[in-house]
Design a binder for this molecule. Structure first.
Ligand code: 5AD
Length: 354
């Protein structure tokens, strides 16, 4: 089977479900090879490194899977100062990265004005591309940050199934949110917009996951972040308090192989997107998760630059790979070169076919 069998027009829901259920090793090799070829043709051999700074672990949300949910009283909370964040941005520049990613829980103590001033400082002092991942903030704030110079915004939509979405995302006072609408707003404001889903979240069927992947294409996402769901013991899903029931054989497993299938299929449906080999993937396979992701469609890695004293507190899920020694920046660069890839230069924005 060659890459032509995966031409975009032929990829429909049934096709995606077949591949998600595929277990034959030889056929899977063909899938990995096709995704790798499309990645090389459309995104190139350079792996872009994004310096990830986890600027606050405060969160007003109660997502049923996330260890940083506001109701988790057992977690010590922190908020970095602007000076500390600037120091991390300088570190990113020193390593030669083109982008710094500012990520946090949905924390309204990070006010519009404060974030705006932070973006301006980072831009003025480092010139780095700035990616924000600060949750579902109001449009006027997103617009102000864009004007201040922010380039990209990450907001995973987590699932395209409205019932599952509601089940695992209690709404805030003020009513339901719609992350797909949010992603459209971000794109209209001029951001490169990144979405994605967890793989193997309880309640996720093959059919839902196939729709998620089609949603990547419909939304024409610039960035697609996916990784395996990792249960956190202090959450309703981790404790089994919420148990979405699916017919036998319908639940998608949260395995490394399944996460790789999603990366590969995402690359086939969105050839030009920036797709990271994520920390969650590296957490299920500490020795080779990044490499597998990069060989099966991914072209981005986000090394964690959060100061060590905060890093363990950014506990979305337990045992994050970014706490491991082979996830240091030097190690990651060596690992990338060892699989024959180069380190990207410059901002590494989405490429577009002319
Ligand atoms: N396991 C894996 N990924 C998770 N995320 C949140 N909680 C978990 C978990 N328990 C992902 C979500 C979120 C991103 C920042 O991390 O997809 O959007």
């Amino acid at each position: 089977m060659d890459a032509d069998d995966f031409s975009r027009g032929r990829v429909d829901r049934a096709f995606l479900v077949r591949w998600l259920r595929e277990e034959d090793p030889e056929r899977l090799e063909a899938l990995w090879a096709a995704a790798d070829a499309v990645r090389r043709e459309h995104a190139g051999d350079a792996v872009h490194l994004r310096g990830l700074v986890e600027i606050s672990n405060h969160c007003v949300r109660q997502c049923a899977y996330c260890g940083m949910r506001g109701a988790n009283r057992g977690l010590e909370r922190y908020r970095m100062t602007a000076d500390e964040i600037l120091e991390c941005a300088r570190e990113a520049l020193g390593y030669g990265f083109g982008t710094v990613v500012l990520q946090a829980g949905e924390d309204y103590a990070l006010t519009m004005e404060w974030v705006e001033a932070l973006i301006r400082r980072i831009k003025a002092e480092t010139g780095l591309a700035v990616t924000l991942s600060l949750g579902e903030r109001p449009e006027r704030e997103l617009a102000a940050w864009k004007r201040a110079g922010a380039d990209r915004y990450l907001l995973r939509f987590e699932t395209s199934d409205p019932d599952l979405y509601r089940l695992i995302h209690p709404t805030l006072p003020g009513g339901p949110q719609d992350r797909l609408v949010h992603l459209r707003v971000l794109a209209a404001l001029g951001y490169e917009a990144g979405g994605g889903v967890m793989v193997g979240i309880p309640g996720q069927s093959y059919d839902i996951l196939a729709r998620d992947i089609l949603t990547f294409r419909e939304m024409d996402l610039d960035m697609i972040g996916t990784g395996p769901y990792l249960p956190h013991p202090e959450t309703p899903l981790g404790k089994g308090e919420i148990r979405p029931d699916l017919p036998a054989g319908e639940q998608v497993p949260n395995s490394e192989a399944m996460a790789c299938k999603v990366i590969a299929l995402a690359r086939l449906v969105c050839p030009e997107a920036n797709i990271p080999a994520t920390t969650a993937l590296a957490t299920v396979n500490a020795e080779g998760g990044y490499e597998r992701g990069l060989r099966r469609g991914a072209n981005v890695v986000m090394p964690n630059l959060t100061p060590p004293r905060y890093r363990a507190l950014y506990e979305i899920y337990p045992n994050k790979a970014s706490l491991a020694v082979n996830a240091s920046v030097e190690c990651l660069m060596a690992r990338i070169r060892a699989i024959g890839r180069t380190i990207g230069r410059g901002p590494g924005g989405r490429k577009r076919a002319r």
